[in-house]
Design a protein around this ligand. Sequence first.
Ligand code: M6R
Length: 608
Amino acid sequence: MCGIIGVVGTPDALDTLLEGLARLEYRGYDSAGVALVRPGETWRARTASGTESVRALVEACREAPAGFASGIGHTRWATHGAPEAENAHPHLDCTGHVAIIHNGIVENHAELRAGLEERGHAFMLADQDMTEVLAHLIEEARRGGADLVEAMRQSLGRVRGAFAVAAVDATEPDVIVAARRVSPLIVGTAPGRTYLASDVPAILDRAGAFYAVDDDQVVRLAPAGFSAVDLEGAPVRLRQLAIDWDLETAEKGGFEDFMTKEIEEQPTALANTLLDRRRGDGTITFDELRVADAELLEVRRVVIVATGTSHHAALVAKYALERWARLTTEVDIASEYRYRDPVVEVGTLVIGVSQSGETIDTIQAVREARRRGARVVAVTNVVDSSLAREADAVLYTRAGLEVSVASTKSFVAQVAALEMLALRLAQLRATLPADDVEAHVRGLGALSGLVGVALARRDAVTDVAKQLVGARDFFYLGRHVGLPTALEGALKLKELTYVHAEGYPGGELKHGPLALIEPGVVVVAVATDPAMYDKMLSNLAEVKARGATLVVVATDDDETIESVADYVLRVPGTEPLFTPMVDVVPLQLFAYAMARGLGRNVDRPRNL
Ligand code: M6R
């Protein structure tokens, strides 16, 4: 997830770009850059100073020559390649005239690059960069006589993946050409000036009218306005957007808070995390995970260390690694691991899972594991984070920057990444028939849609929360992977509402906690796995008999549950090991609605 801005037709192009980038920092801030164009000259500046990248860019731009009326700018949240200035956008072609910015993933970048190199293009960056190929593709099409729109169309016709992309060319300086697939892009207009942005806040107070670029549309921006075509070149009209937001609302994408925005981003987070993970022959591959197959084949046992929500994602992964890859898997709370004299045998793979990659307990745990001889893989959302640097290899979730303290989209992205890794290990170890691997990969691909269905039921969940807002005791029950889902639901509720909530294995109920169940207690149960259903129903009967109020997460085809539960939160059914990614959605929405009902600050819970 990166921020994009562009402008044509204004004498203060640079100010517009820098101000816009400052307002896009919530989309990513690990590096930033601008390119300005005028006839025959492209001027570029790029910086990478962590959270200070945009401020450093402002300083670097003090040396910019005056008189540029067009340009593009980018603030980056790295998903590949370290957050260093040389990886920051814009990237240039061989001539130095074409500059390009990109948010997304070019799946076939390696093969495109190989072809371009064969044809004599010189690349500045290491082979994992995905964006530089776009600049060279455009250059090649331009050399063939195409104008910038045609060059963009031809180039994107060769690209597989997701993109919001914008290009300028000093040989056509009054024009920006941009296109989108999956990643957002909008156009804004004002007399004599036209703007481009990934998000409204970047241009909110400069443009008078706003238009959405839809998937596979290419838009040409000029001072007098814009025109658009589809990838086949047929003219299209952009949808006008009714925007009456203030700046704060705009930064939250029109949502009331970052938590809602991030919950709603889950389908995209899932899709991005899973993008580009297969070769043509069906082999699962992780570009950034630099571990040889031979090394993965030596793995005899997996230990996962993590905290909080990441720990719950790890608990789900245990089921997948054991069932699909037949690997004994232990999951440890990171803050406990290094104090218990852990056994690290030959063949132990330790996976550290952390959204931020900066959780000190997780870093210390993997450090200890390495000291004892384990191979360490980091699963993190932040490229080049401390955890990524501490590990032997990294697998990135591509959920985008998570601003809200309560983790939401990183949970689904972590589960997806870890399950994909489990399928890769199963493939290598031949512990799962190829058809089953194929079916599961397809199933993972369908999850974005199912999460979208669950999200669309927000109002129904909110109605349930309104009925229960006065309750003070919650038990969350689950079995199998429903257990980590229940633990995550309880964590969301307690950190957001400050109300007591505990997650428990359904089967443990009678070994103690049942004594606490009485009228007024709310039991939230996850009952979406057919194999565990009868067991869960019998747990529910036990708590119901003691007067608890029952809220049950159940699948759409469950016709029994209404007779048992007081409230049902419906979700679409899926393969049991995928259910946490769908079932967590109503639990996030429930915790959110409860917190709002209690007047809590959902983005910044107390003490955290
Ligand atoms: O960045 P990490 O994934 O390492 O963070 C782990 C926990 O601190 C984090 O998940 C925390 O529990 C969240 N506030 C949960 O919503």
